[in-house]
Design a protein around this ligand. Structure first.
Ligand code: CA
Ligand code: CA
Ligand code: CA
Length: 668
């Protein structure tokens, strides 16, 4: 990035170089001085039109300051002359038109204190000195440069479009070079300046391109052509610029930059509706502490080959509503900023990224209402002490690993109300991490809940291949009145689920760590619980058979978990004869029993205590006949259990509660 000191060094060295060049240039032998145009409209090589009656030569200070004068550049006599300064500057605009030949000047001011215009459609204009080319030098001045056709404009060191005045550069073709290390094209410089660059064709090559260097308004509109920047595109150096600082890229425009800093220490916006933008070494939105950088991508392609920082010390906002964004490396959202940085996606956007680090040490959010976001690597939320939020309500997010708070100082909240979230490898919820699933689908490979981690399922669908509670002292999955599936491949996670439900049960409070339910905890009738079981046992699946269960496709190697009534052994949401059969078949079996076997109080046994639970929720006629597979004393115990249920109102009340449960589920 440019600095004032390097600029001064360049100016000093350039002055030496040009002095040396003048010394060896044979044209320098003439007595240089001020040469003014007096000929109205006419050709440059018409000698009587000049105040000296000679054609301007090396070292001359040339002024085209006549009102309404249009000078046409024709120079076959002095092709090697290097003017010291060329000013095109009149109260009523003077114009220099160039279609051929070579013009050399150390400095050119198109509109210095007044108004000037340059129209170049051919020839070569070399601005060789350490100062450079200025459009609108002083406050109140204006300068316009039009480059088209086969025109070539070479500017060494500095070109300034709207320094303290107004500058407009329009390029529809030709070649424009401000190239070389430290050589800078500045659109809009000082606090009274306003710069505009309209670019629709040809090539523009700069060392760096700055929009609004010191508080000016700056607009760069590119609808075609190729803009190549060897170092930085830097936008927004002032916290309070005179006007918008805006780069618009559309249609067939191509931007290729090593680095892009949007919102350096002030506000700046980049809007891309088409074309392509390639950034190779550094991309930053909101770099300094007063920087606010916004990137709006609605069409075209963008490729960031390096780390992408959305909100470094400043605030970064990336809005992707369309187009294709490819990040070869990590996207960091909210690095050190005190303000909230965000990455926002909606329908039509396609994003590919290597890793995502959200709110490392700042406040950051990712908001997805549509589109596709593919993260080939890690998605870390609040890696340091930042506050990270993801809101997913539509579209799809896929990442290899998703971690909520890898560091205990951070805070991470993932609100999932719609759309699809897929984690192909590890899904980790650490302390101060909360995943709220209220809609859509969450599919993960390996799910680990660490101490202090929380997952709340109030809607949507959750399926994981493995489930672990690491130090389950306080981590939990709250199923409220919902369900989820552990669809394992080979080794059953039934024992993990059983242990987690048992710790959460906590003598019926349902507030313990593990797999808990806030709905069961709030149930004053104490008739609801979290049931679980192998799909093979609950649904009778075997081999490659699958079935639909609670909106999800499950296979024989799946553990089902569901909020339901005590006694609902087959997890269909009601307590009836089928459940009574289950408990009957396992009655008085001690140890290793599960919910699906009839252990409804999580003590590993199926006995009279469980029969009481089923009796309290039983909602249809008690069978008079013996139940097949029941042991000898079962019928007698069943009569006792059902007799223990208060009569006559309780059964009806329970029936009503069950109907309400059924109605709630149907509304889903
Ligand atoms: Ca399976
Ligand atoms: Ca049932
Ligand atoms: Ca039991």
């Amino acid at each position: 990035m440019k600095t004032r000191s390097t600029r001064m060094i360049h100016r000093a060295s350039a002055a030496l170089l040009s002095a040396a060049a003048a010394a060896i240039n044979p044209g320098a032998s003439h007595a240089a001085g001020v040469v003014s145009w007096q000929g109205g409209s006419g050709n440059w090589d018409n000698l009587p039109s000049w105040s000296t009656a000679t054609q301007p030569n090396t070292g001359d200070y040339v002024v085209i300051g006549q009102n309404y004068a249009t000078v046409t550049y024709v120079n076959t006599a002095l092709p090697n002359a290097v003017l010291q300064t060329l000013n095109v500057d009149a109260t009523n605009t003077a114009t220099l038109t160039m279609t051929q030949h070579v013009l050399n000047a150390e400095q050119e001011n198109i509109g210095k204190t007044l108004n000037g215009a340059m129209a170049q459609s051919g020839g070569i204009n070399n601005v060789t000195g350490g100062q450079g080319l200025y459009l609108g030098y002083y406050a109140g001045s204006s300068g316009a440069y039009t480059l088209s056709g086969s025109g070539v404009l070479n500017v060494s060191f500095f070109e300034n479009v709207g320094r303290l005045g107004t500058g407009i550069f329009t390029q529809t073709g030709g070649t424009h070079n401000v190239s070389g290390a430290g050589h800078t094209l500045t659109i809009g410089d000082g606090p009274t300046g306003a710069g505009t660059y309209n670019f629709s064709g040809g090539t523009l090559h700069t060392g760096s391109t700055n929009l609004s260097s010191s508080g000016a308004a700056a607009t760069f509109t590119q609808s075609g052509g190729t803009h190549t920047i060897d170092q930085y595109l830097e936008m927004g150096d002032s916290p309070n610029p005179k006007g918008p600082v805006l780069y618009t890229l559309s249609n067939a425009g191509i931007l290729i930059a090593a680095g892009e800093v949007i919102g350096s220490t002030g506000p700046a916006t980049f809007t891309q509706t088409g074309g392509s933008n390639t950034c190779s070494t550094s991309f930053r939105l909101g770099n300094g502490n007063t920087g606010v950088g916004t990137y709006n991508l609605s069409g075209g392609t963008m490729n960031i080959k390096s780390e992408c920082l959305i909100g470094n010390v400043g605030q970064g906002i990336f809005n992707a509503t369309g187009g294709k964004l490819t990040l070869d490396k990590a996207m960091i959202i909210g690095s050190y900023a005190s303000s909230t940085s965000s990455f926002n996606m909606s329908n039509g956007a396609s994003v590919q990224v290597q890793n995502i680090y959200l709110a490392n040490n700042a406040v950051g959010s990712v908001n997805i209402t549509g589109g596709t976001l593919n993260d080939a690597g890690t998605f870390d939320m609040a890696a340091g002490n930042g506050t990270a939020t993801v809101n997913l309500s539509g579209g799809s997010l896929t990442s290899a690993t998703l971690t909520l708070v890898p560091d205990i100082n951070g805070k991470a909240t993932f609100n999932h109300s719609g759309g699809v979230n897929t984690v192909t490898s590890n899904f980790n919820i650490g302390q101060r991490g909360t995943y709220n699933l209220s809609g859509g689908a969450l599919t993960t490979a390996n799910t680990t809940i660490y101490s202090g981690g929380a997952m709340n399922i109030t809607g949507g669908q959750f399926k994981t291949a493995t489930l672990a509670f690491d130090n389950a002292a306080s981590g939990f999955i709250n199923v409220s009145n919902e369900s989820f599936v552990v669809d394992y491949a080979q080794f059953s996670t039934l024992n993990v689920v059983k242990a987690a439900v048992t710790t959460a049960y906590s003598n019926g409070t349902w507030t313990g760590p593990g797999i808990q339910s806030t709905t069961a905890a709030a149930d004053n009738s104490k008739s609801t619980a979290v049931g679980y079981g192998e799909a093979s046992k609950v649904l009778g699946l075997s081999g490659n058979n699958t079935a639909q269960w609670q909106g999800q496709t499950v296979d024989a190697s799946s553990v089902l978990v569901r909020f339901t009534k005590y006694g609902d052994a087959n997890l269909d949401g009601a307590v009836g004869f089928a459940d009574l059969v289950k408990i009957a078949q396992n009655y008085n079996t001690q140890g290793s029993q599960t919910w699906a076997d009839g252990d409804f109080n999580y003590d590993n046994n199926v006995d009279f205590q469980d029969l009481i639970k089923i009796a309290q929720n039983y909602n249809s006629a008690i069978p008079a006949e013996a139940i097949p597979g029941a042991p000898a004393n079962f019928q007698q115990d069943m009569a006792a259990a059902f007799a223990s249920v208060p009569e006559p109102g309780a059964a009806m009340l329970l029936l009503g509660a069950t109907s309400a449960l059924g109605a709630r589920r149907r509304r889903k």
